[in-house]
Design a protein around this ligand. Structure first.
Ligand SMILES: Nc1ncnc2c1ncn2[C@@H]1O[C@H](COP(=O)(O)OP(=O)(O)OP(=O)(O)O)[C@@H](O)[C@H]1O
Ligand SMILES: [Mg+2]
Length: 442
């Protein structure tokens, strides 16, 4: 195993009064916080090696207070200084960055890049790729920051399309293995007869068709991270071999008895309940405990509704990087529809809607109709009446039920579980929206 990585902590010296929410955002982004509210008798001590920034919070104090805080900072002129709420009555000091309250993850990440000095040189994407500042996503960010530098396996759980692979990449990018390979393997897509040789490699002549020696995915990931996606689909015999590799830190290629030492961090993901699979004898219990050391749960989109608009803007920006499209934002009808749509779990549904809308939209701003969230509202008025809004809700509800039914293979119990309603409600909704289960199933 690689040595315990040396990740230098980031520390924020907050001159003023952070709100509980701001404390939470900083913690989620992996910052230590030191608060100095009163310059009298205070001293700024710096621990060697820490990446430190000072934040002058101008919301609460007056000009005199700001001057005393700046005097406190004067022996530390090399410290990156940022100001919060500089537009207030208190004159803004000369500083690197002006931030605006409430401090959110996006602003903190901009600050982190400045404090780190080399914004893109290390390839450390951080948790930036995991868009969203809802309480559920703040929890994810905090766990990723905690887990990334630790040389232990991580089990990422969550429904389809909740960002499990994205989180696995963030864990790798933020570990000291970030310059080394990140090898993603979809265990469910490996042909059963080739699982062993794909994972561990084979020697020439090991089986019919093995015309040359081939290294496996574990060897390819040496020094880095292997991401075992859909681990629940790994056949039992491959599970036994994987367990041995994890226990011994070495593998044997198929057709060889020569152990090869490997140094790979394992991140596994599953959308099925592995505890259930263990209870049913489909997954080895001992392997489960080897993999389930640190657990990262990715919340479904319906539990992070606050993030929908930010995600939509993110997906549009990504799409615009690769395609020439006119749409550069969302109008009021789109934003409202995004907010009220009862999203199921899969983030891809939102992404696909945004992409489709970006292609079909012929205006600068995407409207709700282009997102196919409803058709009845007149986009230009921006003041649809109650009828229009009701229509939006009804359409949105129908689409959400239909999408969830599709994702659940038209299984009513599964659909009810995903929507967090009773089965009776699913039947009622099907009736209300004229969704005929029997004909949809064929
Ligand atoms: N928080 C997020 N920020 C930005 N993009 C996201 C976020 N969550 C999911 N996505 C995007 O949604 C898509 C699905 O994410 P990903 O493939 O990581 O999910 P998954 O849980 O591994 O899905 P599956 O179960 O289908 O394998 C990807 O395009 C990903 O970039
Ligand atoms: Mg995946």
């Amino acid at each position: 195993m690689a040595a315990v990585p040396e990740i230098r902590p980031r520390c924020m010296i907050w001159l003023g009064r952070p709100s509980p929410q701001e404390r939470e955002v900083l913690a989620a982004a992996g910052w230590d916080l030191r608060v100095i509210d009163d310059a009298h008798g205070a001293r700024i001590g710096l621990r060697g090696g820490d990446r430190v920034a000072a934040l002058l919070d101008l919301r609460h104090g007056d000009a005199e207070w700001a001057a005393s805080m700046q005097a406190l900072l004067s022996p530390h002129s090399d410290l990156p200084l940022v100001a919060l709420d500089w537009q207030d009555a208190v004159p803004a000091p000369d500083c690197l960055l002006h931030l605006h309250p409430p401090l959110d993850l996006a602003q903190i990440q901009r600050l982190a890049r400045i404090v780190d000095g080399e914004p893109h040189a290390t390839g450390q994407a951080g948790t930036e790729c995991l868009v969203g500042g809802s309480p559920a996503m703040l929890g994810v960010h905090a766990s990723v920051h905690k887990f990334a530098p630790v040389e232990l396996p991580v089990l990422v759980t969550g429904e389809t399309g909740t960002g499990k692979e994205l989180a696995a990449r963030a864990l790798h990018d933020m570990s000291t293995r970030h310059g080394r390979p990140f090898v993603a393997v979809n265990c469910g897509a490996l042909p059963a007869s080739l699982v062993q040789s794909e994972l561990f490699g084979h020697e020439k002549g090991a089986f019919t068709g093995a015309i040359a020696r081939r290294i496996g995915l574990f060897e390819a990931a040496d020094g880095g991270t292997i991401f075992l996606d859909e681990i629940g689909d790994l056949p039992l015999d491959a599970q036994t071999n994987l367990l041995r590799v994890l226990q011994e830190g070495s593998l044997e290629r198929v057709g060889s008895h020569h152990p090869i030492r490997i140094d790979v961090r394992v991140i596994a993901a599953t959308h099925v309940d592995l505890e259930d699979a263990v209870a049913q004898g489909r997954f080895r219990e001992d392997l489960f405990y080897r993999l389930d050391v640190l657990r990262l749960h990715m919340p479904p989109l319906r539990e992070r509704c606050d993030d929908v608009e930010t995600l939509a803007r993110h997906f549009l920006a990504l799409f615009r990087e690769q395609h020439r499209v006119r749409a550069r934002g969302f109008d009021a009808t789109a934003r409202r529809a995004l907010r009220i749509h009862p999203w199921p779990g899969n983030v891809r549904e939102l992404m696909n809607r945004v992409r489709r809308a970006a292609v079909v939209c012929e205006a600068d701003l995407i409207d709700a109709a282009a997102l196919q969230l409803h058709e009845a509202v007149h986009p230009c008025t921006g003041t649809e009446g109650a009828d229009g809004l009701d229509h939006v809700r009804v359409n949105a509800e129908r689409e959400a039920v239909l999408a969830t039914l599709r994702e659940s293979g038209f299984n009513v119990s599964e659909c009810a579980r995903r929507l967090r309603v009773s089965r009776v409600t699913v039947y009622r909704l099907c009736k209300k929206h004229r969704l005929e289960l029997e004909s949809l199933r064929v």
